[in-house]
Write a protein that binds this ligand. Sequence first.
Ligand SMILES: *Cc1c(COP(=O)(O)O)cnc(C)c1O
Length: 367
Amino acid sequence: MSRPAIAQIDVSALKHNISLVRHHAPHSKIVSVVKANAYGHGAAMVAQAIADSTDMMTVSCIEEASVLREVGIQCGILLLEGVFSTEELALAAALDLELVVHEVEQISQLARCDLAFQFAVWLKIDTGMHRLGIQPEQTAECFEQLASFKCVKSVCLMSHFSCADMPESSQTEGQIAELKKQSTRLKQQGHDSVQISMANSAAILQWPQAHFNWVRPGIILYGISPFMFEHQCDGALKPVMTLKSKVIGLRQVQQGKSVGYGATWIAPRHSVIATVAIGYGDGYPRNAKSGTPVLINGKRAKLAGRVSMDLIGVDVSDLQNQVRIGDDVELWGANLNVNEVAKWADTIGYELVTRMPARVPRISVNS
Ligand SMILES: *Cc1c(COP(=O)(O)O)cnc(C)c1O
């Protein structure tokens, strides 16, 4: 038997989640976000599974786009940060990519571009995130400039929310109002068909007034809620990644004896510890605290002691007569919400799935 740590990727869950996006934003087209190896799920597998259900895909760099083209993805592919150098324009053209333009410098690069190719450009406006994007007041000028270039086929407007997962925040409404103001100005100047894209996953679920022409779902495609608190409209999501392994060791530990590096967990009673073949080398977070839930044969047990590179200890004292070597373990996924595990490691589900290392095989299943 080879190492039992695997990430199951449920292809039918992906298809379910994208149909949920359609249901929430019926009048918008979908740009599926498959950056960072499809949030760690495996970009080639994910892209092929959703190719028929999405209108476009988006990634963070040429290398990620090229993986998609290599496996036969033919839809539009958007580079979320555009190109990082002038030389990349030729590569982007060769791969038939669309470009975000978020800096004036990128407009100059296009001004000097003498390729025969014509790019669809997504002009990114900084409406309040203060991370990327041109200033709102520069919108009309940048738009006109871009639209005048021979190598530019079309220009649409996009922006990104900083607080769409916080329903109590007024930030989102302010950002929507700012982008609307700029698009209204463009329309008054005769660009009446200018398209808009703002909504990430949280806005798709929470802010219908932000859907506009194109929505950009990321985390919800993977069946993970963008909200860290319980939320009424995310219950229908189906987790795509299930991180699994097996019990490979079992021992009795006397009261007062310790488990793991640093001897941080001390048996409060005579205990049974199951050792599971998963560790931080497999993307299980090292800072998950003792007490983090782990499913063994579908039943909850608690992480005991520090996470090692390849192994964890789990206190199965309350399941003791049921646990055997070779038993199935779920670290997160279909039956254990990754956001719950993430909370125990002081992070969010996004990070846990995205940093899943190449060592863990992604195995596709159809539930
Ligand atoms: C990553 C990203 C998204 C997707 O965000 P989710 O919260 O995962 O839905 C959307 N838009 C931009 C610009 C992004 O970088």
